[in-house]
Design a protein around this ligand. Structure first.
Ligand code: PMP
Length: 344
């Protein structure tokens, strides 16, 4: 079979239809079979290409995005990269508010992709005027003919995954999927994909992944907003300090939280065991899967799909940098090691 046979006329036609690859060594001690849907195969190297294209094309159809318009968004980096890429292809301007937690690689990537970037402090409440939510709103208000994508509060975020990621997984697994493990940030991926899959087979379990320092797991369990759950952490794009409208909590069966260190180690372990170069949240999803396995969530008949949201190249100065790992206090004898560089 020849993939992508012939010529693709438009880069954006390559969004979606990402492969699912079986995991072998890293999951060998867990019961059942494990598969990763690798979203880094999107042209913008993350799952966010799907929602960015869906929301932009919806705005075009409604006539609110027209030639000369500016796209404005709040983003941990990946949605911004996808929007900047789409803006470049379609001829729009792009202004992005990112948090200073986003890796330098991501911020440089956005700038290289032609977006104007506003770097905002991560450790302020969501309603602080310096937060990336408030800064994006202000830029939108100050920029004539601009459209605010607003992924956290936009139902089209869920719809993009309901219309693409869900059906792809159902078809690719020929309906055999029993469990889906997904990182939850805005919640668009888990809610849209999970909703579609549960409509096909209500027995499929939707297993969320959250970060220590985030509110989502506790909110899912209690329905209460417990401020004590919130503190700063390093994993980008996972978890939240507010309750996003784009999360449909009724679709999610259970959440598992992971630490910054465990997720970073697992990402490095994926490289050494599976040969795929994953982003930080892929490590988080893999780590949560191990924790779910330890809680006997799976058995010999389990057919588990993990969504791997993005690519490791965005984290060269973070989880793949020994210096960064040392700075975080994550560098110890257990850490999966990079190979040495020998300078001649
Ligand atoms: N992983 C990464 C790297 C992300 O950027 C995001 C989105 N913020 C997620 C996971 C979570 O996806 P979602 O927003 O659809 O919940």
């Amino acid at each position: 079979m020849i993939r992508n046979k012939g010529i693709t006329k438009n880069l954006l036609d390559l969004i979606g239809q990402t492969p699912i690859v079986q995991l072998h060594k890293i999951t060998k001690d867990y019961p059942g079979q494990y598969f990763a849907k690798i979203e880094a195969f999107n042209p913008g190297q993350s799952a966010k290409d799907r929602i960015a294209l869906h929301i932009v094309e919806n705005a075009e159809k409604k006539g609110i995005l027209t030639p000369g318009s500016t796209i404005v968004e709040t983003t941990s980096g990946n949605t911004g990269f996808s929007l900047a890429m789409i803006a470049m292809v379609k001829g729009y301007s792009c202004k992005l508010a990112v948090s200073n937690k986003s890796s330098k690689d991501k911020i440089d990537g956005l700038r290289a992709m032609g977006a104007e970037v506003y770097v905002c402090p991560a450790d302020v409440p969501a309603d602080d005027p310096r937060s990336y939510y408030e800064v994006a709103k202000r830029i939108h208000n100050e920029t004539p003919n601009s459209v605010y994508i607003n992924q956290y509060f936009n139902a089209l975020n869920i719809e993009a995954h309901y219309e693409t990621t869900g059906p792809e997984i159902w078809e690719q697994t020929e309906g055999k999927i029993t469990h889906l493990v997904v990182a939850s940030g805005t919640g668009g991926t888990i809610s849209g994909t999970g909703k579609y899959l549960k409509e096909q087979n209500p027995n499929i379990k939707i297993l969320g992944v959250d970060a220590y320092g985030s509110i989502l797991k506790k909110y899912h369990e209690t329905g209460k907003f417990d401020k004590n759950e919130i503190y700063s952490y390093k994993i980008e794009g996972l978890g939240k300090n507010l309750i996003p409208d784009a999360t449909d909590f009724s679709v999610i069966d259970v959440y598992e939280k992971v630490t910054d260190k465990d997720a970073a180690y697992k990402a490095r372990e994926i490289v050494t065991k599976e040969g795929f170069f994953p982003g930080y949240t892929c490590g988080a999803v893999m780590q949560a899967t191990e924790q779910y396995a330890a809680k006997e969530m799976f058995d010999e008949d389990s057919f588990v799909v993990l969504i791997f949201p993005d690519h490791g190249s965005r984290y060269m100065n973070k989880i793949y940098s020994d210096e960064w790992m040392k700075e975080q206090g994550f560098y110890d004898s257990e850490m999966p090691q990079n190979s040495p560089a020998i300078y001649i």
